[in-house]
Design a protein around this ligand. Structure first.
Ligand code: M6R
Length: 634
């Protein structure tokens, strides 16, 4: 959480920092700030609570001049999200400034010691100890002072530090929080994530743990914490900057929902050639997979739901036992994994703290590890033995959508790849599965086309844009959900069975995270064991009921809900007549698709329902309250 951005070069830094922070705003948005060197004895800074637009307003009326600067957008861990606690933090002389992403675990003892030495603290943050330590050790060389300060610190950090006495220089360091250097011509950049750098350069260097960077406009020097130089070749990022922009959509979330069929197609085209599945970057030989007896998948949030779907996919296609855990539970329960286990971490960012810790735990226990992640060069991709990239492009909306369907697509291909290695399926069946899978993006597109039917101008006329879905959702969701929101009994239930059960969890997560309406997902078969007690005229029950081997069971579950006065909103295969007998409030049709691939299609209406409801309420869809895109702290 938190985003940091740094610039040193010939240009005025203020606007570059603001632009960089806007790209990183998804990482945290409760306060922000910028510190600039301007050739005087002091660092000049502006900071404020709230979103970056607040900082932008302040900088308009009180601009900062200077060509070397650091900036920060915060997701509060220690100290309330107010202006005082916003970064940058300065030493008592106002000559050194620090921005930080991470948590300094021993900050209270350091704070007490520093206070006894006469240091005055202004904020409640853990970060402030860093700047005072650097100031304490500063003897005319910022790099040495930062190195000495870091020796006293326990915790996680990506920090950037400037001193008014060392013009044009930024010193940075990393431990367990992401940090990337962007290489320019007579200018260099620092950021928490490559998406903030794409506007300026595609040549980047990923900073590793326990490394320090000294950045000036013409040089980037990497050392370890002892000062030993490190030689690292830059890598070139193939993401296009336009993929990190809204491209005419009112929200990143909607844009990312609409990108999904294209992304799944690109994944399939990239990985499959004449029915041969290839993962060029994987770095794990088929022989190593042959030694594996079981798979454990660990992930958080939406990626966890992808992992749960992955279990159904891997067990039915590759015939291997799969266990799925939330990373935060896995890492603290002495998990039984060993050299016969493949531990797969699933993560959009590749930086989620719990998943990364779980990966390290699995490695320490001798498991074969593999990351399915989206962000190139992320910590997980570097630390796992093998990696498969989802190549979904930058996902900016905090609510994950395209990363999910990209992760599912990789699970399908990986399961078929293992089926080839284990010979659990004959080649003809693998070819048939692939043929069907290639058809799926067009079915996903059909759901989206239905949604945008009659759309004239997406950007300026949201109502036309949503004529079919939105107008009905307005009727069925928004008007009543306005009341529902006021009503303490108002909530949504999502039910699914088999391979669509994880989508029920995902649908509920999407709705609650962007609309703040209580929503829970259940396995439909579990209803009788407790949750059915909740059924009366209050909850709206969204049921995933596409044609499948367990369709009849879903119908029975829906009948049980109807019999108790429940309000049904089923998602069904187009042409389903039987559903009308249940008199649903409204049913959403999706095209017919083979059962195993149905989650890729049925999740789209769930994403759109969450989007429409949140939009109707006027919520901040891309940056929901209290959340951040990558959870890089525990
Ligand atoms: O970057 P990751 O995929 O590891 O992130 C995991 C979760 O934090 C993430 O999926 C979160 O649940 C999203 N906000 C869900 O929309």
């Amino acid at each position: 959480m938190c985003g940091i951005f740094g610039y040193t070069g010939k240009k005025e830094a203020q606007s570059l920092i603001l632009e960089g922070l806007k790209r990183l705003e998804y990482r945290g948005y409760d306060s922000s700030g910028v510190a600039v060197q301007n050739g005087t004895h002091h660092i000049f800074f502006r900071k404020t609570h709230g979103k970056i637009r607040n900082l932008e307003e302040i900088l308009k009326s009180h601009p900062l001049k200077g060509t070397t600067a650091i900036g920060h957008t915060r997701w509060a861990t220690h100290g309330t999200p107010n202006t005082l606690n916003a970064h940058p933090h300065l030493d008592n002389e106002g000559e050194i400034a620090v921005v930080h992403n991470g948590i300094i675990e021993n900050y209270s003892e350091l704070k007490e010691t520093l206070k006894k030495q006469g240091v005055r603290f202004r904020s409640q943050t853990d970060t402030e100890v860093v700047v005072h330590l650097v100031a304490k050790y500063y003897r005319g060389d910022l790099e040495t002072a930062v190195r000495q300060a870091l020796r006293r610190i326990r915790g996680t950090y990506a920090i950037a530090v400037i001193s008014s006495r060392e013009p044009g220089r930024i010193v940075a360091a990393k431990l367990d929080s992401p940090l990337v250097v962007g290489l320019g011509r007579e200018e260099n950049f620092l950021a928490s994530d490559v998406s903030a750098l794409l506007e300026h350069t595609k040549r980047v260097i990923y900073v590793e743990n326990h490394e320090m960077i000294v950045l000036s406009k013409n040089s980037v020097r990497i050392t370890d914490l002892a000062g030993k130089p490190i030689d690292r070749k830059p890598v070139t990022i193939d993401w296009d900057v336009s993929r990190a922009k809204k491209g005419g959509f009112p929200h990143y979330m909607l844009k990312e929902i609409f990108e999904q069929p294209g992304i799944v197609t690109a994944i399939l085209r990239e990985r499959v050639n004449a029915s041969v599945i290839r993962f060029d970057e994987l770095k794990v030989a088929p022989a190593e997979f042959k030694k594996i007896k079981k798979i454990t998948i660990i992930a958080c949030g939406t990626a966890y739901h992808a992992g749960l779907t992955g279990k159904y996919i891997l067990e039915s296609i590759a015939g291997i036992p799969v266990n799925v855990d939330t990373s935060s539970e896995f890492r603290y329960r002495n998990p039984k994994v060993d050299s016969g286990t493949l531990v797969i971490t699933v993560s959009q960012s590749g930086e989620t703290a719990d998943t990364l810790a779980g990966l390290r735990e699995a490695k320490a226990k001798g498991a074969l590890t593999m990351a399915i992640c989206n962000v190139l060069g992320s910590s997980m991709s570097r630390e796992a033995k093998g990696v498969i990239y989802t190549h979904a492009g930058p996902e900016i909306a905090v609510a994950s959508t395209k990363a999910y369907t990209a992760q599912l697509s990789i699970f399908y291909l990986f399961a078929l790849y293992l089926a080839g290695i284990y010979r659990t399926l004959p080649s003809a069946s693998i070819r048939r599965f692939l043929k069907e899978l290639f058809r799926v993006p067009s079915l996903m597109q059909k759901v989206l086309d239905d949604y945008k039917r009659d759309a004239k101008d997406w950007e300026s006329n949201a109502h036309d844009f949503n004529r079919r879905y939105h107008a009905q959702l307005e009727k069925y969701f928004s008007e009543a959900s306005h009341e529902r929101k006021r009503s303490p009994n108002g909530f949504f239930m999502y039910l699914g069975r088999g391979i669509n059960f994880p989508n029920a969890l995902e649908g509920a997560l999407k709705l609650k995270e962007i609309s703040y309406i209580p929503a829970e997902g259940y396995a439909a078969g579990e209803m009788k064991h407790g949750p059915i007690a909740l059924i009366d005229e209050n909850p709206w029950v969204i049921c995933l009921a596409p044609r499948s081997s367990i369709y009849e069971k879903m119908i029975s579950n829906m009948q049980e809900i109807k019999a108790r006065g429940g309000i049904l909103i089923p998602i069904v295969t187009e042409g389903d007549k039987e559903i009308h007998r249940l008199k649903p409030l409204y049913s959403i049709e999706v095209p017919r698709v083979e059962e195993i691939f149905s989650p890729l299609v049925t999740v789209i209406p769930l994403q759109l329902i969450a989007y429409c409801v949140a939009r109707e309420f006027g919520e901040d869809i891309d940056q929901p309250r209290n959340l951040a895109k990558s959870v890089t702290v525990e």
